[in-house]
Design a protein around this ligand. Sequence first.
Ligand code: ADP
Ligand code: MG
Length: 617
Amino acid sequence: MTTAPTNSTPPTPPLSFDALKLSLAVRRAVQDAGYTRPTDVQAAVFGPVAAGKDVVVQSKTGSGKTAAFALPLIDRIVDPARGVQVLVLCPTRELALQVSVEFARLGKLKGVVPCAIYGGASLEKQVDEIRAGAHVIVGTPGRVLDHLKRGTFDPSELKTVCLDEADEMLSMGFAEELNAILERLPRTRQTLLFSATMPEAIRRMANRHQKDPEAVLLSADQISPDSIDHFLYFVGSQDRVSSLARVLELESPDRAIVFCNTRDETQSVATALQQRGFSVDYLSGELEQSARERVLAAFRERKIQHLVATDVAARGIDVTDVSHVVNFGFPAEAETYVHRTGRTGRAGRRGIAVSLFGPADVGSVYMLRLTYGIRPIERALPSAAEERTRRELERLAALREESIGVLDAETAALARRIVAHDDGERMIGYLLKKFFYQATQDALELGARVADERPVVVVAPSSIPTQPAPPEAPEEAEVAAPKSAPSAEGGAGRRPRSRSAQDKPRRIDVHGGADPGLEPETIESDMGELRVAVGRRDGARGGDLARLIRDKAGIAPRDIGSIKIYDRFAIVPIRAESIDAVIAALEDATFNDQPLSPERGKLSEPSLVPPASSDEE
Ligand code: ADP
Ligand code: MG
């Protein structure tokens, strides 16, 4: 089911029930019920129902649909001197009882008597009640059909039938009973359909059983669209933020809104994620308007990847292409869950809703199923060993891809020697440690002061070394010093990329000021960057591109650095003095029919190093 469109704006409801011109008895009963003014649906529906027309109504749960049909029926349709004139069908016994109580309450002074009939109660007693002079039968489809078949409910004087919560009745599988009932009722009757949503099946039902129905379409219940997949991660005693970080790594969302239940959580969750290298920021009610707008703009423009927010702060976010909605805190209300997750899976795309839940949330998960039929699939966070394996494979893949096309003969010979050496494992380990440690530091410290499309290297949190570098590696100690200018070791070609870093923006600090002492990534001084408009989605690989560029531009292998392939483009380090010539040579070049459209990469532009306050107002 999908949410039906709301194609009529609700009328402004009248200030009082006087506008409906109720008879005195009904007017007084309304007053006794404590209703002071009609709701939208009550105001909109009264006229046509009182006039005996067929009406199909969509109006959300809690909007007062019961009185919307009960009032005109009691006031204008039912004659207390006659027998059963109104039949209301409800999906459950509880609802039948509720509707019956409402008829009794609003009809008491006029002398309109309802009778509830449903399965599980004595048939005889119900027969007695009908015979005793009920005017309105409110019942569940199965039992009503029983009475009709037995002849204990004579519908010959029936003026109106009302299908209340029609969408529920259909989704509970009552279609057959409903059709059988409707076929047994007088053809001259008035038929009303009330529903919180307007699925196709209801429209068909209206076509089939109603005469020239008037449609009253007010705002519908939000129904969770089929385009969303729902998942749960159980979080017991573990640290919730760490679990969130692991979930984000596992799910690797393109961009997510992370919902917190409280305002205080938003900031602490965002900060904790930032410290783990994620590109996030938060929105909360306490932020000033200008800060809010800045964060929102950064999110919209994909300068930050994920947004942490509360329900209130997230109102008004009009970002439609969010791949994931993540519930850090599981919402207590099922409706809130539907609201939150409705931010993904829009505009023909699929969306994913992921929730952390703990023992205290089991009831809410159950309610979600009961109320909206949403049954999230439970997934397990991987064990530490699985996590290690995954990380190893990820690094292996990153290294492999990163190393394509960079090996010269001299280095290759050395590599062979190391592999064959007795201490080979230790030496490779040492190199790897340097390599990944460097990448982590760069990702954490350099952040997104360069607010462009370069990747952040995200290494699994648990693998980020917290100890200062070992004594035999003095350069590491230097790099590890917080916010010291990056050493020349942080060369552009030495950075591995993990799967979660593809084309994703760097960490950006929208709240805080930029650090004037911090330079963007240092590149080898004589290397510049070339950007070409083909990437992974075009099937481009580092080696292929390097070969193409070498062939077209006739430059030496050592003049090309390690190419970074992104989804839609690639960054090629090129010896600075050759860049213009290479761009000219590649002007018309294509890769898999895709033009390379070469241009200077950002790191080649002197303007790249931003003035200290360029991303602040
Ligand atoms: P729906 O069927 O649309 O879910 P209900 O008919 O069950 O809504 O009404 C929801 C609640 O609103 C009920 O508790 C009802 O008593 C109350 N209600 C209905 N009409 C009014 C009104 N005009 N003013 C105040 N409360 C109302
Ligand atoms: Mg209702």
